[in-house]
Design a protein around this ligand. Structure first.
Ligand SMILES: [Zn+2]
Length: 275
């Protein structure tokens, strides 16, 4: 089965010693594209350094995660926004809202989300969106949809910037089915991770069935969110195969056909980073 990992933090310290081996193992498992997102300034710079070393990586994203929202001051944000002009940067993020762990206050998260969404629209590079509420709640998902609409996603602003391409990706999708459907109406793509296998995330199976084939992606979010069978201490991109097979099962699709579609989707949604 051909595979992509649309979201893999090879720039995390957990991979500092053996990124080359991890990338090689992913290649043997069929992973043809790996996108490396930043979460703050240093990790965004580190993502760009990695693609310099490993041209097989399929691009990087620069941006600020909701956990780091309060730490990244305007000067650091200006430097991140400047990095976004690099042709190897194919997306903005990861950004979003996390009202589960609340490592940054909600107002800082909202202000940070707005600057990341504006940068996505200004560059025509899609926003990679993390969104988590406490189990059983949906306040982060509802706030994210409201912010996207206010920024112009789903309207003229995102059509001008993106044409028919998705203007954003729900990364590591989580939350109620009607939230995912509302995001699909705004033109978003949906990326499925090992989070789908966790207790409280049962809605994801139904969401996965409702996504149009050309808007689907899979990811590991490595070193986090190990799917069943992957090492708990460190997830790695080769394990995206477990999630991709589950997605094929949920949708009643042939894994090889889905795999070819995933690679095509990755290239259409993110473009190809120049090597
Ligand atoms: Zn992530």
């Amino acid at each position: 089965m051909r595979l992509v990992d649309s979201h893999c933090h090879l720039n995390a310290e957990q991979f500092a010693g053996d990124a080359a081996e991890v990338i090689a193992a992913a290649g043997l498992a069929g992973v043809e594209r790996i996108l490396v997102p930043g979460w703050d300034e240093a990790s965004s710079i580190a993502a760009l350094a990695l693609i310099g070393r490993f041209p097989r990586l399929a691009g990087v994203a620069v941006g600020v995660h909701p956990h780091a929202a309060a730490e990244v001051d305007p000067a650091a944000w200006a430097r991140i926004a400047a990095l976004a002009a690099d042709r190897r940067v194919v997306a903005i993020g990861e950004t979003g809202l996390d009202f589960d762990r609340m490592w940054s206050p909600a107002d800082a998260q909202l202000a940070n989300l707005r600057r990341n969404l504006a940068l996505a629209l200004a560059t025509g590079k899609p926003a990679i969106l993390h969104c988590r509420s406490k189990v059983g709640e949906r306040d982060a998902q509802d706030a994210l949809l409201a912010e996207m609409r206010a920024a112009g996603f789903g309207g003229e602003a995102s059509r001008d910037a993106f044409g028919s391409r998705p203007p954003a990706i729900l990364h590591s999708v989580s939350g109620p089915v009607d939230y995912v459907e509302a995001a699909l109406e705004l033109g978003c793509a949906v990326s499925v991770s090992g989070l789908a296998f966790r207790r409280g995330e049962e809605a994801t199976a139904e969401s996965v069935r409702r996504v149009a084939a050309e808007r689907l992606l899979v990811e590991t979010d490595a070193p986090y969110l190990s799917p069943p069978g992957a090492p708990r201490r460190r997830n790695e991109p080769e394990w995206v195969r477990v999630t991709a097979r589950w997605v094929a099962d949920c949708r009643g699709e042939d894994p090889d056909e889905l795999g070819a579609q995933l690679v095509a989707n990755h290239d259409r949604i993110f473009g190809r980073a120049p090597v």
